[in-house]
Design a protein around this ligand. Structure first.
Ligand SMILES: [Zn+2]
Length: 526
């Protein structure tokens, strides 16, 4: 296992407010980053905004503001949402920042001087009204502008291109040597069979038909087009080509850093094909893993504003709390597969896993320790009964399964392991019947051991849930009487000895489906 960890979300396009799909990707990255950080890995977590392009230029114009003012306002909303979701990103890169534009221009110049970029002609479907080029797929077989529905014409403009042909063999070799680079693995075959084998075209990296972009220094009527601008955010944020390359050296160039990009399926091609080529052209190492997460659907149909089925994450967090939303996203949608959001599942998931299972375990245990031992957690005295032995071994196995799953980016599996431990601990109460042990003075040691083991199961579960349940886990620690402890104490069986528990409110009050399902449906209505 490498000793450092660099994780990124895609940079989001600020043409409209963020929806739950963005919240999903960023939350999952945050869970991974928190988990690594807690386990002692030096971690850097980046997110940001991709602020250039024609669409933003036009949206700003329609609103009567400058493109910069337009994106500034929307990006303010990004900050608010990440704050609300308690996202712990170390930096937020904006492609309109000078530090980023400098890197894009430097990279462009290096590639141009190396002969990897050349001036050619871009041919596409042009809408005179929108002054925009569109691709074959965008205009469809009727050749209609997707923006204004007017007819488009074939047209040409001068543009710079990146020579992909020069790097194809090396990319295929890289795929072969790094079978875990692209996850899920099926994506690699898609890249090869759909894009590379039929013949990869050179990539257009500049435009003259709009001006909201990073100017090409060598030819000022051009701005750098989309991917060369957007993808370099992963290194510009670390200070590549700046006066201070310390972060860049540490989190990118050092082979002891594991570099992970998390991304959506629609941008896989750019991350898996062009990004490694750009990096090779610049003489830089490639990321270790690119993980393509699934699509978050709304009740089995794709989220879309016109369908009125987009759920706004803000009111959801405000009503149910950050932990419930983070938990739902992590647990309900299997990381890497497509998933769907539904109000019924949301309420059911919170009630079953958090209120009835985890919250209830804590509540019952703290009550019993209060009743039988005056609120002090009995000392660990080894395994008094076979039930103790069984619970203890489950705790150890859970920790190791959880760590392995997190390292493999199987976040949903990791959380399921913790849920299983919580269920096991609830069952352990039924097996050991503390209320019966309490009636028999001769069983006092046995009862004490049961309370100690229960407290420890709760402690370990809360420690492992912590990257997801960022506030509830801390409340559970407080109720156990722990003032400070970290992941490094997870295997310490005496950690809880004699701690004075504090009875608190239920962590997750049960939600009434008859009230909450209509409420969430209301949020999703147009
Ligand atoms: Zn048009």
């Amino acid at each position: 296992m490498k000793k450092r960890f660099y994780i990124t979300t895609p940079i989001y396009y600020p043409s409209a407010k963020l929806h739950i799909g963005h919240a999903y990707c960023t939350t999952l990255c945050d869970v991974l980053a928190r988990s690594k950080r807690e386990r002692g890995y030096e971690t850097y977590f980046l997110t940001g905004a991709d602020e250039h392009g024609l669409k933003i230029e036009k949206n700003a114009e329609a609103k009567g503001v400058t493109p910069q003012a337009f994106v500034d306002e929307i990006v303010e909303g990004f900050f608010k949402l990440w704050d609300l979701l308690k996202i712990t990103n170390d930096d937020f890169i904006r492609t309109t920042q000078a530090r980023h534009e400098h890197v894009v221009q430097t990279a462009f110049t290096r590639m141009l001087n190396k002969g990897d970029i050349y001036l050619g002609k871009y041919e596409g479907w042009y809408c005179r009204y929108c002054e925009a080029f569109w691709t074959d797929t965008q205009v469809g077989k009727d050749h209609i502008c997707p923006d204004c529905n007017r007819e488009v014409q074939k047209a040409e403009e001068e543009a710079y291109f990146f020579k992909t042909g020069k790097y194809v063999d090396s990319l295929l070799k890289f795929y072969d040597e790094n079978p875990k680079f692209l996850i899920p693995e099926s994506r690699k075959n898609e890249m090869i069979n759909t894009f590379i084998k039929p013949g990869l075209e050179d990539l257009c990296v500049s435009r003259t038909s709009f001006s909201w972009g990073v100017p090409v220094l060598e030819n000022k009527k051009h701005v750098v087009y989309v991917w060369l601008d957007a993808l370099t955010n992963y290194i510009s944020a670390l200070g590549y080509c700046s006066d201070n390359e310390e972060l860049f050296k540490k989190f990118w160039q050092d082979e002891d850093t594991e570099i992970i990009h998390i991304l959506g399926a629609d941008i896989t091609r750019f991350h898996a094909i062009y990004w490694p080529m750009f990096l090779e052209s610049l003489g830089l190492r490639k990321p270790d893993r690119e993980f393509v997460h699934g699509l978050l659907m709304m009740k089995d149909s794709k989220m879309s504003k016109s369908k009125g089925n987009v759920v706004d994450p803000y009111p959801l967090v405000e009503r149910y709390g950050v932990d419930a939303v983070r938990y739902y996203l992590t647990r309900e949608i299997n990381f890497g597969s497509d998933g769907s959001f539904s109000p019924e599942q949301f309420v059911e998931r919170i009630n079953a896993d958090l209120a009835n299972s985890y919250g209830n375990l804590l509540n019952r245990t703290i009550s019993m320790i209060g009743k039988y031992f005056d609120g002090a957690i009995p000392e660990y005295k080894g395994q008094v009964s076979e039930f103790d032995a069984s619970l203890e071994s489950m705790i150890d196995v859970t920790i190791s399964n959880y760590e392995k799953a997190m390292d493999d980016l199987k976040i949903t599996d990791a959380i399921i392991y913790v849920n299983e431990l919580v269920n096991r601990a609830n069952k352990y109460i039924d097996e050991t019947t503390p209320w019966a042990l309490a009636k028999d003075e001769a069983k006092k040691d046995e009862l004490a051991s049961v309370m100690n083991h229960l407290a420890r199961a709760i402690y370990v579960a809360s420690r492992l849930y912590h990257p997801v349940l960022v506030t509830a886990s801390d409340k559970a620690f407080e109720q156990l009487g722990l003032t400070s402890s970290g992941y490094e104490n997870i295997n310490d069986k005496h950690l809880l000895d004699n701690l004075k528990t504090v009875k608190g409110n239920p962590l997750f009050p049960r939600l009434d489906p008859n009230v909450e399902v209509p409420f969430i449906n209301g949020l999703m209505a147009k």
